[in-house]
Write a protein that binds this ligand. Structure first.
Ligand SMILES: Cc1ncc(C[n+]2csc(CCOP(=O)(O)OP(=O)(O)O)c2C)c(N)n1
Ligand SMILES: [Mg+2]
Length: 319
């Protein structure tokens, strides 16, 4: 792994963190409406895995989607504009936080119905298999989603048809305010994949290198014709389920313990220990990210809202 790549991953993780801190402020100022689910704490998952994909692979996820969009390489200005519901946003301001998408980069969202997008991932994988390409689908979902019927139907069909799909469970220990032990009978979630004869591995989601390596391995197996693969990535969301969550279901000590394993802190310590960059160089990256975000917020705030006529466009696909 060369130094430039590692520093770029650091930049991407800091970009997600700072982007979301800005979103939190904008939400509290009433400039972002609807629901807002922060990804803070889980950055190493999107950065480690999406950087392991090849260009023609697809990505699809749930509503906690800002990190995926930024790592995919969607324009930060347009992602921020979408958060504010502006017409310059990635979904023309009509999707908002939970419905980021970037068709050009094969990023299919951003979905609010828990588990529903797993069936879309299955369909995309079937299309690629039918066309005989070497593209795979990276499909992300939460621990809670593994209790939903769509999850079981999708894993089953992907196994029956040997579809090129990588199932990525971001196990952040909770589905809303309910801990894994209280919401699922099989708390060792990767076991659920073996019910469908799908090879699975558990990965430390606070370690960007571990996530990258596991994803590379799983994608290589898919492209080698070994069928769907499953990763259970162990992570933690440092903030609430969504903005305004009073967090009564977990202790401060638990949060503090996970914060010691802050994925950005772990990477920073690695960079410094390996002399890949100095503290000053890392601070320069942080400053550049802040400047980049100043521009994005200005762009979003000064962009127009969608015109009223836009209510009637983009409802059906036009052939
Ligand atoms: C079908 C459906 N049921 C319930 C909800 C309400 N809901 C939104 S998020 C969520 C929890 C999902 O938890 P998990 O899959 O672990 O994802 P996380 O929020 O932790 O990323 C629930 C129950 C929903 N959006 N869709
Ligand atoms: Mg969860």
């Amino acid at each position: 792994m060369d130094k430039e790549t590692i520093l770029d991953w650091y930049r991407q993780m800091v970009l997600i963190r700072r982007f979301e801190q800005r979103c939190s402020e904008l939400y509290q100022a009433g400039k972002i409406g609807g629901f807002l689910h922060l990804y803070i704490g889980q950055e190493a998952v999107a950065v480690g895995s999406i950087n392991a994909k090849q260009e023609n692979d697809h990505v699809i996820t749930a509503y906690r989607d800002h990190g995926h969009a930024l790592v995919i390489g969607s324009d930060t200005n347009a992602v921020m504009a979408e958060m504010l519901g502006k017409s310059t946003g990635v979904s023309k301001g009509k999707g908002g936080s939970m419905h980021l998408a970037d068709v050009e980069r094969r990023f299919w969202g951003g979905h609010a119905v828990v588990g529903a997008h797993l069936s879309l991932a299955t369909g995309i994988a079937l299309a690629e298999q039918y066309q005989g390409t070497d593209a795979a689908v990276l499909c992300y979902f939460g621990d809670g989603a593994t209790n939903i019927g769509y999850f079981h139907e999708s894993l089953n069909l992907s196994g029956v048809w040997d579809l090129p799909v990588l199932w990525i469970c971001e196990n952040n220990q909770y589905g809303m305010g309910t801990a894994v032990e209280r919401h699922t009978a099989a708390t060792n979630i990767m076991q659920k994949a073996s019910g469908y004869d799908i090879p699975a591995a558990q990965v430390d989601g606070m370690d960007v290198f571990a996530v990258h390596e596991a994803t590379q391995k799983a994608l290589a197996a898919i492209r080698n014709g070994e069928g769907p693969q499953f990763l259970e990535i162990m992570t933690y969301r440092f903030e609430g389920h969504s903005m305004g969550d009073p967090l009564r279901y977990r202790t401060k000590e638990e949060v503090e313990k996970w914060r010691e394993d802050d994925p950005i802190g772990i990477l920073e310590r690695h960079i410094l220990a390996e002399n890949l960059a100095s503290k000053d160089e890392l601070e320069a990256i942080d400053t550049a990210v802040e400047t980049h975000l100043d521009e994005a917020v200005n762009f979003a705030e000064s962009s127009p809202l969608p015109a009223p006529e836009e209510l009637f466009t983009d409802i059906y696909v036009e052939n």
